[in-house]
Write a protein that binds this ligand. Structure first.
Ligand code: EPZ
Length: 418
């Protein structure tokens, strides 16, 4: 996979782009298939590196995984609960969903976890609190290998100190076969959680309240297979909406769920962006004067932290001083240094950053520190005069299916360094 993306900036984009299946749903749905006793077919699976990595982990558990065009056919009927300590497990944060899924299925899981990353420490204390509440014992050895096991998993009430997406998903999966009722209180409400609950219920689970701050799981004895189509990726959709607002004459983004993008759409209206909403699409008409705005990231349905860096890049083109307050990951401002290298005028006083526009960005060498920083640098590169080279582009390929091809089809001058 090429390490660099190169962009010749200053060209107006136009045309139509279709959004792929949601990465943050997919990385939960794939591990959840270990709970089933027969074939699960998942449609609209994005072709991204996280999916490959998770499919390989499933294969190491003796689960058959075949990709046919945009769908994955997964057969867990001959699954073996081996220890997940190989490298590809530790490299991918979402592998922690195998904790809840294998604990739920086998009452035992041994897995090595990744460390923190650019977002700052990525604790899993709320996940472990849930597992213990269900009756599991958690051991952690010096090599970072967790052993979580229980003679019996008993339904109970679990209150989350913070509406953690990962903890909500992991506890939901661990409780699927528990005896009795589990109630997750102050649960996260992200659409990806709802999508997982829908698939689990198709398999025969009893999950109610997903999408609210209280999720009820009544234990069942086993789960069958099912067919499931992944919801569109609201963060990929938001990325192309911001790209359109920044660089397009006119762009139509299709296969979206507008309801999932209310936080972003409301803020872009405040910034004076012209948008026409359809049932499953949105059309952006660019080239209006962008107004400076204030943003505060919140758990869903608030403004998504994953879109924060994209707005940071976009707001370099707004007249005046914009402010972004990051309440989920206070460290999530590394992209600002890279944008300033391109001529942006951003001051960071974590957990807030101030962006003074309008800046004429100039192409240069920059580096992606993570998936969403990479996306922000693509926007900046499309806006900048001259050539921008983004290194560590592998971060971007983790979450954006065919992003270079999709942008070239929109008239962007962008290519991968061979
Ligand atoms: C999910 O991460 C997403 N990843 C992230 O998207 C997203 O930024 C995040 O939710 C918030 O919306 C996936 O869905 C794969 P959290 P997750 O648990 O589940 C603290 C992207 O770019 N916390 O809701 O890890 C944590 O430190 C990625 O697609 C604890 O303290 O997020 C953070 O401050 C980046 N203890 C906050 O909660 C815990 O046990 C949010 O974390 C768990 C979390």
């Amino acid at each position: 996979m090429s390490e660099k993306i190169i962009i010749e900036g200053g060209y107006e984009l136009e045309g139509e782009v279709r959004i792929s299946g949601a990465k943050n749903a997919t990385v939960a749905l794939i591990p959840a298939t270990v709970l089933a006793s027969s074939v699960v077919t998942i449609y609209d699976v994005p072709d991204i590196s996280d999916v490959e990595a998770l499919s390989d982990i499933l294969r190491s558990l003796n689960v058959e995984v075949n990709r046919q065009k945009d769908h994955l056919i997964i057969d867990p009927s001959k699954i073996k609960n081996i220890d997940l300590v190989q490298d590809n497990v530790t490299k991918l944060r979402a592998s922690y969903y195998f904790m809840g899924a294998l604990l739920g299925r086998f009452k035992k899981v041994k897995i090595k976890m990744p460390g923190g990353c650019f977002l700052g420490p990525r604790p899993i204390d709320l996940h472990l609190k849930g597992f213990k509440a269900l009756g599991a014992e958690v051991k952690l050895d010096d090599d970072g290998i967790y052993e979580i096991s229980a003679n019996e998993l008993l339904g109970t009430n679990i209150y989350l100190d913070f509406p953690s997406v990962g903890a909500t998903i992991n506890i939901m999966m661990a409780a699927i076969f528990a005896n009795g009722r589990t109630v997750i209180e102050n649960s996260a409400k992200e659409p990806e959680i709802v999508d997982l609950a829908i698939m689990l219920n198709k398999m025969g689970a009893k999950v109610r309240g997903a999408g609210t701050d209280e999720i009820i799981i009544d234990g069942v004895s086993s789960l069958g297979g099912c067919f499931h189509e992944i919801i569109p990726d609201r963060i990929e959709a938001g990325t192309y909406i911001v790209i359109a607002a920044a660089c397009a004459k006119k762009m139509k983004i299709t296969n979206i769920i507008p309801h999932h993008l209310e936080g972003l759409i409301s803020k872009l209206e405040d910034a004076n962006v012209a948008m026409e909403l359809g049932d499953d699409s949105i059309t952006i008409v660019g080239n209006k004067e962008i107004k400076a705005i204030k943003i505060k990231t919140q758990p869903y349905p608030g403004f998504a932290t994953d879109l924060q860096s994209l707005l940071g890049a976009f707001l370099t083109q707004a007249k005046g001083v914009s402010m972004i307050e990051e309440t989920i990951y206070p460290e999530r401002f590394k992209y600002c240094e890279e944008l300033n290298k391109m001529g942006a005028n951003i001051k960071v006083k974590s957990p807030v950053c101030f962006i003074e526009g309008v800046s004429q960005l100039k192409g240069t060498e920059v580096s992606a520190t993570d998936l969403r920083c990479g996306a922000a640098l693509i926007i900046a590169g499309l806006l900048a005069k001259g050539t921008t080279t983004i290194s560590n582009a592998y971060h971007i390929y983790r979450g954006y299916e065919n992003i270079v091809e999709k942008l070239r089809n929109l008239n962007a001058r962008i290519w991968e360094e061979k």
